[in-house]
Design a protein around this ligand. Structure first.
Ligand SMILES: C[S@@+](CC[C@H](N)C(=O)[O-])C[C@H]1O[C@@H](n2cnc3c(N)ncnc32)[C@H](O)[C@@H]1O
Length: 303
């Protein structure tokens, strides 16, 4: 009985820890009001955080030279940083070879890739042909990855993810393949090919490369697998992260950083132990429930 009471008390104290963190914004961002730059519908994507990322970059006392994104995914933060001229260049790391290859093809073969996207008619049969293709040419593999991302439920590309049958509002799969819009996003990204660098590998190692660079700013959005959370495991093929190790490396960064996590007492504790700053920002999850995302930063976020 006493053990139960103590456990309940502890849980209450932990919940209090997150409740005392300042709320940066209680208004859920309307994603339609933010420029969509990535051709990917990325699970856990941070397009909705764009206004806060901009505010953070504007609040820095220096203009960062390089934007470092160790967990690239749909890359929306780096695309904003470079295309809105907050930084000269972005370096991104992605562990999933299919996702990284897609980005590298967009950068290296922009026009061929955009042309292919523009001319693809997403019928069930054509999609099956793309999936059945075992061609190893990098551009074929990249195209397969993009099609898989666009037509799978929730954009999930991890093994076992299912393909949408009815599309949005029953409008068929074509409701997820806006050929001209996607091609124009790809061409827009291609115009910044010199400023965007995608590396295949472990984001933690990339952090070490830029750790001592005072004019680097890091945007860190790892798979959320800390404290037994399962979302990150279901969403991504590569999801094993040693979160304590990540936090230790972040503590050594000499430039600025903005890190995002699902709100949880364990993460708050890891951040507080290292003297990081914390804030919360409202967001809607996939079930349209309003909840808070945790922002962990080197520099104070203005309320
Ligand atoms: C939360 S998602 C990033 C979403 C991204 N911020 C966006 O807006 O689309 C995390 C990404 O990290 C990748 N990943 C997992 N482990 C990694 C590692 N050790 N190094 C680099 N990338 C990794 C996953 O494949 C996934 O694409």
């Amino acid at each position: 009985m006493r053990v139960l009471a103590l456990t309940a008390q502890l849980r209450l104290q932990k919940a209090d820890v997150t409740a005392s963190i300042p709320v940066l914004s209680d208004r859920v961002v309307n994603v339609a009001s933010v420029p969509q730059r990535s051709p990917l519908r990325y699970p856990g994507g941070k397009t909705w955080l764009t206004p806060e990322i901009r505010r953070y970059l504007e609040s820095l006392a220096f203009r960062p030279k390089v934007f470092v994104e160790p967990f690239a995914g749909g890359a929306s933060a780096s695309l904003t940083a470079v295309m809105d001229d907050y930084v000269d260049e972005a370096v991104l790391c992605e562990r999933d070879p299919d996702v990284c290859n897609l980005w590298q093809c967009i950068i290296d073969n922009t026009e061929d890739f955009a042309h292919r996207v523009e001319n693809f008619v997403p019928t069930r049969e054509n999609i099956d042909v793309v999936f059945a293709d075992t061609g190893t040419a990098r551009i074929d593999a990249a195209f397969r990855t993009l099609v898989r991302n666009r037509v799978s439920r929730g954009g999930i590309m991890a093994k076992g993810a299912s393909v949408m049958k009815r599309g949005e509002n029953g409008n068929g799969i074509s409701s997820r393949w806006y050929a001209r819009t996607l091609a124009s996003r790809i061409r827009a990204i291609g115009r910044y090919a010199e400023n965007l660098h995608f590396v295949l590998g472990d984001g933690l190692s990339l952090m070490d490369v830029y750790r001592d660079n005072e004019s680097a700013v890091f945007f860190i959005d790892p798979p959320y697998t800390a404290a037994g959370k399962r979302a990150g495991r279901r969403l991504y093929e590569y999801n094993e992260i040693d979160h304590e190790d990540l936090f230790d490396r972040v503590a050594q960064v000499r430039g600025a950083f903005l890190m995002t996590y699902d709100e949880s007492p364990e993460i708050v504790e890891m951040a507080q132990q290292r003297g990081f700053r914390l804030a919360r920002v409202a967001m809607k999850n996939t079930h349209h429930t309003v909840m808070y995302e945790l922002l962990i930063t080197s520099h104070e976020l203005k309320l």
